[in-house]
Ligand binder design. Structure first.
Ligand code: PLP
Length: 340
């Protein structure tokens, strides 16, 4: 039994999901004639109370499209130093949009409204890049699945309004945050100009993300998606998986969170563990006390027991719970951790 905790992206479609995919009605979505994609886009726009949504192949592409929508070359966006858009999207911010990032030294991937204000360049000081966008990530992946304080997000919205800044949410794992904090999609829809959500992470789809916003923004996003090469044809097969996941796989995320917290507890009592980051959702980030063993040695020890985890750099390791991580696997992992 292989236990893969490298990411929540490693899941394979369930039988129910595959059945939904196989019976999907499809058409050519580049001509907007795929009924299942259209149904998914309508469903998600309605869920968030926003005007329109657009289906994309990846969360990287939805984020990059949003950044392109909100900025012009030479401008600057504000994000936390841990942000996925800054660290893990291949430098797309500069490659695609010619934009720089002003990094905030936040708390586990989150920042305060005061930090955002302090990061805005004065618009009449033409020597500095013009600040035009604030990007936040909920949950914050590198911060260990951190959930944002909703009130802080509201305060940042106010700052964005006062300074005429776009406000984008990388909600790759927003589903996890909403389940954990009992928040609704409507609350988020009221706050942001654009929201990116992923279906291929906790929700267990093979592919797919959506960008959500105004009709005007999504009309522009359609062109940008085309330029990025993200137009898909009979993508209704994938949209069917997404609709199935939205109907069946959201509430169960609480199970992943419970398991992650139990893993964290099991790790924190081990003498060779230096630190476990607070666990709020499905991501466990921890550090090994290297006077006992190196983090590479720990990864290797687990690998020999058919347990796969990943390094995050700077001695940090990560485990992510997900739909394919069963109760049986969880029991085995906890036992193995006791035995090491
Ligand atoms: C927070 C966050 N945003 C965006 C992405 C990008 O998603 P994708 O892998 O679909 O491009 C990821 C992927 O792991 C992520 O963790």
């Amino acid at each position: 039994m292989l236990i893969n905790l490298i990411s929540d992206t490693v899941t394979k479609p369930t039988k129910g999901m595959l059945d939904a995919m196989m019976s999907a009605a499809v058409g050519d979505d580049v001509f907007k004639e795929d009924p299942t994609v259209n149904a998914l886009e309508e469903k998600v726009a309605k869920l968030f109370g926003m005007e329109s949504a657009l289906f994309f192949p990846s969360g990287t592409m939805t984020n990059q499209t949003a950044i392109k929508l909100h900025t012009q070359p030479g401008e600057q966006l504000i994000c936390d130093k841990y942000a996925h858009i800054y660290n893990y999207e291949g430098g797309g911010v500069s490659f695609n949009s010619g934009v720089s990032c002003r990094l905030v030294d936040g708390d586990r991937g989150t920042m305060t409204a005061a930090q955002v204000v302090a990061s805005i360049n004065p618009p009449d000081f033409y020597h500095s890049p013009l600040t035009t966008l604030v990007c936040v990530e909920n949950t914050a992946n590198k911060g260990s699945g951190t959930c944002w304080d909703f009130q802080e997000l509201q305060k940042i919205k106010k700052v964005c309004d006062e300074h005429q800044l776009g406000y984008h949410l990388d909600g790759a794992r927003l589903w996890n945050a909403m389940v954990e904090k009992n928040e609704t999609a409507l609350q988020y829809g009221q706050l942001f100009d654009t929201i990116s959500v992923c279906l291929s992470k906790g929700l267990g789809c093979p592919v797919g993300s959506l960008l959500i916003g105004t009709k005007e923004h999504m009309n522009k996003a359609l062109r940008i998606r085309k330029i990025f090469g993200g137009g898909m044809r009979q993508s209704g097969f994938l949209a069917a998986a997404a609709i199935y996941a939205l109907d069946n796989h959201v509430d169960r995320l609480a199970e992943d969170h419970k398991k992650a917290k139990e893993i964290g507890k099991a790790l924190s009592v081990k003498s060779f563990i230096k630190k476990v980051e607070p666990i709020e959702t499905n991501i466990v980030i921890f550090e090994i006390d290297e006077s006992f063993m190196t983090s590479d040695q720990f990864v290797h020890t687990l690998k020999e027991k058919d347990i796969l985890i990943i390094g995050m750099g700077q001695g940090k390791l990560r485990m992510v719970t997900h739909l394919d991580y069963t109760d049986e696997m969880h029991e085995k992992l906890l036992k193995q951790l006791v035995a090491i």
